[in-house]
Ligand binder design. Structure first.
Ligand SMILES: [Zn+2]
Length: 485
């Protein structure tokens, strides 16, 4: 439980601002580290509030969860999308109320001790039961020693002011916003200070509200019981403007077959190859802060833009635990081994940490335990310990680096980004389900690039018809082809 004080304008029944220390601010900042897939998963659970849908993200996430594992490159690829790892998990696990329920990264070495003691070096995996070069399974968990002991994001001694729209500023005596004289006498009379406690379960409500509302503190503290998710509906009608000022790639290079309903120009679905599907699904692995960074702090996602932009402005040396933490929040990367080789969107992967393994022997000479430690890159001996550098098995061709789904493959993606197998058979049966005759829709092949994919990312956050919103507006047919499905 975390305690904070809120200033409530009793007349308007609004939160003016909240005053909070590290515990609460760390929780807010941890939102920026959550991958979109994790967000889709968390907010689709009931908390004290009903479940919430975020744009097309929720429907896309659900369709991936329902997709048979045979459509993925490896079983683990589906798992990586449904439970994407948080690249700042070390920071989040130590905060007081962590809502990311994703399992912490584990490390595995060969079940054969000797394999990790060879002079030639052993193998290390972040996923259980990968195959070692000796042929045995890598299922022995190994614990990192001296792993970082980072506790949250902001320094302990400061207090922060959080406005109703999630703008965060350090509280200091010179700050004019907290001076009573700035409230005016009338207002001052109506102001009351309330001390509130927030539990872990309630933080899920706060996340839900923050993604949708422009006044999340008021909605969270004062109106939660009556808060309804009708904001989403308003958002849908918002003109899809101010998208990405990226230059259009020359021609674009991802081909999509677009099927559109003639009467209203609504895109029913696109048929796409694995190149497009990999990029689309990779959205689920992007942390919110990385998404904000790609969209230049303009995601239109409730009040998250304000939170993001205030961290961007924060003096990191003074208020954050270390100088590199700011980048972890405002330029957050995907977790190790999660970046697609062919990723066209500007998001990075956290730097790979190199490890060595050392084993400890018991007094009769048997091995009793082994540990991971950051490496020197070569084998060396220290006392009776032998340190052996380990190589990740992941970047080899056996993982998702080369993509999440099987290659080559065809999928269809509906307007709300539901992904399903897209063989000709399934396309025909989908159209039949919709009850359309062939004269009611037209088809064309288009090519898209980075700009359209960025726009899709943005639209996926708030629209429930992302394809129509993005492709309908940007894409001009390059050539019309007779479609043979
Ligand atoms: Zn082995």
């Amino acid at each position: 439980m975390v305690t904070l004080r809120i200033l409530v304008d009793g007349k308007k029944n609004k939160v003016v601002y909240a005053e909070a220390g590290k515990d609460f601010v760390d929780v807010l900042l941890s939102f920026l580290t959550l991958p979109l897939g994790t967000i889709a998963r968390i907010v689709s659970n009931d908390s004290d509030m009903e479940k919430v849908s975020v744009g097309c993200l929720t429907s896309m996430y659900q369709s991936v969860a329902n997709l048979h594992v045979k459509h993925f490159w490896k079983d683990i690829c589906k798992e990586m999308l449904v439970h994407p790892r948080n690249s700042s998990e070390d920071y989040c696990q130590s905060i007081k109320l962590n809502i990311d329920d994703t399992e912490k990264t584990k490390y595995f070495i060969c079940e054969d001790w000797e394999c990790s003691r060879k002079e030639s070096g052993g193998l290390l995996s972040l996923f259980k039961n990968k195959r070692c070069k000796c042929g045995k399974l890598m299922n022995r968990e190994i614990l990192p020693r001296n792993s970082s002991n980072c506790v949250g994001f902001v320094k302990d001694k400061f207090t922060f002011i959080i406005f109703d729209d999630l703008k965060v500023i350090p509280d200091n005596v010179h700050s004019s916003v907290t001076q009573p004289k700035n409230f005016g006498i009338e207002k001052l009379k109506a102001i009351k200070v309330v001390t509130v406690n927030v539990t872990q379960k309630e933080i899920v409500d706060l996340l839900k509200i923050s993604l949708l509302s422009n006044t999340p503190l008021t909605d969270f503290f004062l109106r939660r019981k009556v808060f309804r998710v009708n904001l989403l509906m308003q958002r849908k009608t918002m003109v899809f403007n101010n998208v990405i000022a990226e230059p259009r790639d020359r021609g674009g290079f991802i081909s999509l077959k677009v099927v559109r309903k003639k009467s209203n120009n609504k895109i029913l679905f696109v048929q796409a190859g694995d190149d497009f599907i990999d990029i689309l699904l990779s959205f689920l692995t992007f942390p919110l802060g990385g998404v904000e960074n790609m969209l230049k702090g303009n995601s239109c996602l409730g009040s998250i833009d304000n939170l993001y932009n205030s961290i961007l402005d924060l003096d990191s040396n003074k208020y954050l635990k270390s100088s590199n933490i700011k980048d972890k929040l405002v330029k957050s990367c995907v977790a190790q081994h999660f970046k697609l080789q062919e990723q066209i969107l500007p998001i990075d992967e956290v730097p790979i940490v190199k490890y060595s393994c050392y084993t400890e022997q018991n007094n009769i000479g048997g091995i009793c335990n082994s540990y991971l430690t950051t490496t020197q890159g070569y084998q060396y001996t220290c006392g009776n310990r032998v340190y052996v550098p380990l190589t990740y098995v992941e970047p080899l061709s056996s993982t998702c680096k080369s993509g999440f789904v099987k290659k080559p493959s065809l999928f269809m993606v509906t307007d709300d980004l539901v992904v399903r197998p897209g063989s000709s058979m399934s396309v025909v049966s989908f159209l039949t389900t919709l009850g359309f005759s062939s004269s009611e829709f037209d088809e064309q092949i288009i090519k898209i690039g980075k700009r359209e994919c960025l726009s899709l990312l943005k639209a996926s956050l708030f629209s429930s018809s992302a394809l129509t919103d993005v492709l309908g507006q940007f894409i001009f047919p390059i050539k019309k082809e007779k479609i043979t499905m």
